[in-house]
Design a protein around this ligand. Structure first.
Ligand SMILES: Cc1ncc(COP(=O)(O)O)c(C=O)c1O
Length: 450
């Protein structure tokens, strides 16, 4: 009974899988927030290097991973896959549970899988400095690491509530050489406008994105990097699913259901997209995204055009959105608090290719603790949403006396999130369902796209 399913270093994928040519239906255009016309590559050049812009719109199914990127990925890739024998036993389920573990990267999550290529394409385009935002700090620490590896300066706008709640994430970014400021800051027009309206604002991912975009758009030496949502970010994460398919083959198995937690959509895309290709070719497989009930982008929102940020500076995309001025409650899974969802994931949900489920944070922490006690690894609070969904699938299989193979992506470890576990153990966490009225209010401000 094998527990760890490992691949040798030369099995790090040599190409990323681009789902765009296999999408059901046409992609909606991305709209410029100033002109309200579809954006062209030149509109994006102040923000992104051409190498990434080309990937954003590419219709090539396979895209080569540069050797310089594979060299750095080899520090932690291929990541291990585990068969959760001990969890299966605890649950008493006939289901087989596998998980792919992305917590082995230096930053402790899947985020460096895209931070490294983003820094690389910026480096070869002559960018000197990258500006970005971070919520819980996973993305900020990943882009700081990648900038360090390619000798780029890095400026991070960190959502204020996390800046104070997660001091060690800030220390990690500083260790890897980044400058970090709490957002809203007084360094940008977007930040100053928020502070004028509410000097005690806790910030949000939407506000921090506005600050980083403004920073990049107003400096010649700086470009912007986003840790999720965009097509090229989902593309870079497909190394997860491509490796997972090989590992499942080594285990002599194939999943009936593939599960990922969903914030902006990138780790979900990473594990899911390569399996969706099989589904399109006739495989009978379910693909499930798990999100928090406090930020129910996929399960309670609308599929409409919306801005990617609060200050309406980022491009407008068609996606599931809670509205760009959605103010998330301060739940601990900070990385799952974005108002929108990746346009590719949104379209797949809209077309019925994938499913989504919202789960409460108390049940997620219960699942994370049960998982830790069986398997040892302490999951990131974000990843615990996938664990909750996987355990629920396994318990359903038990009830129905059904054999089922479950694969989920354990997107990160929770070593820097122990304050959230403390809050759970001392009974301070409660489930908070984002009110429908608040969503409706926010949706009244969606842009009008012809
Ligand atoms: C460990 C972990 N998992 C998941 C996410 C959610 O992001 P995404 O949906 O882009 O994968 C985050 C975001 O920061 C994260 O840190």
């Amino acid at each position: 009974m094998q527990t760890k399913i490992m691949l040798p270093e030369d099995r790090i994928p040599k190409q990323w899988y681009n789902i765009i040519p296999d999408m059901p239906g046409q992609l909606a255009p991305v709209i410029h927030p100033g002109t309200m016309q579809p954006v062209g590559p030149d509109d994006l050049l102040p923000l992104f290097p051409m190498g990434l812009i080309e990937q954003e719109v590419s219709s090539q199914r396979w895209i080569d991973i540069p050797d310089e990127v594979r060299d750095i990925l080899s520090l932690w890739r291929p990541s291990p896959m585990f068969r959760a024998h001990r969890l299966e036993k605890t649950l008493g389920t006939p289901a087989k549970i596998y998980y792919k573990y992305e917590g082995v990267s230096p930053a402790g999550s899947h985020k460096p899988n895209t931070a490294v290529p983003q820094a690389y394409y910026n480096k070869i385009a002559g960018t000197k400095r990258i500006a970005s935002e971070t919520g819980a700090g996973q993305w900020g620490s990943s882009i700081a690491l990648a900038c360090q590896m390619f000798g780029l300066e890095c400026m991070i706008y960190m959502v204020k509530v996390s800046f104070s709640q997660k001091p060690y994430r800030k220390s990690m970014m500083q260790l890897w050489g980044a400058d970090v400021v709490p957002s809203p800051s007084n360094l940008t027009n977007a930040g100053r406008a928020v502070l004028t309206a509410d000097p005690n604002s806790n910030g949000s991912l939407g506000i921090a994105i506005s600050e980083a975009v403004e920073d990049a758009a107003t400096r010649e030496d700086t470009r912007y990097a986003l840790g999720s949502v965009l097509n090229h970010v989902c593309l870079h994460q497909t190394v997860i699913g491509l490796e997972a398919k090989e590992q499942m083959a080594i285990a002599g198995d194939y999943p009936d259901v593939v599960i990922g937690c969903h914030g902006g959509g990138s780790n979900f895309a990473g594990i899911a997209f390569p399996f969706i290709a099989d589904k399109a070719n006739g495989k009978n497989i379910r693909i499930l995204a798990a999100e928090p009930i406090s930020c129910p982008t996929l399960t309670k929102a609308v599929y409409e055009f919306d801005y990617g940020d609060t200050a309406k500076m980022a491009p407008i995309s068609r996606m599931y959105t809670l509205g760009h001025d959605f103010m998330p409650p301060g739940i601990h899974a900070g990385g799952l608090r974005y108002h929108g969802a990746a346009p590719l994931v949104s379209q797949l949900l809209h077309e019925g290719v994938i499913e989504a489920r919202a789960v409460g944070q108390v049940g997620c922490f219960e699942a994370a603790v049960q998982f830790s006690r069986a398997e040892g690894i302490i999951p990131a609070p974000e990843s615990s949403h996938a664990i909750r969904a996987a355990i629920d699938e396994a318990l359903q299989a038990k009830e129905e006396e059904q054999e089922k193979t479950i694969l989920f992506n354990l997107s990160g470890h929770g070593h820097v999130d122990m304050a959230a576990y403390d809050a759970f153990f001392s009974g301070q966490l409660e489930d908070y369902e984002y009110p429908s009225e608040a969503i409706e209010k926010s949706l009244a401000h969606l842009p009008k796209v012809g």
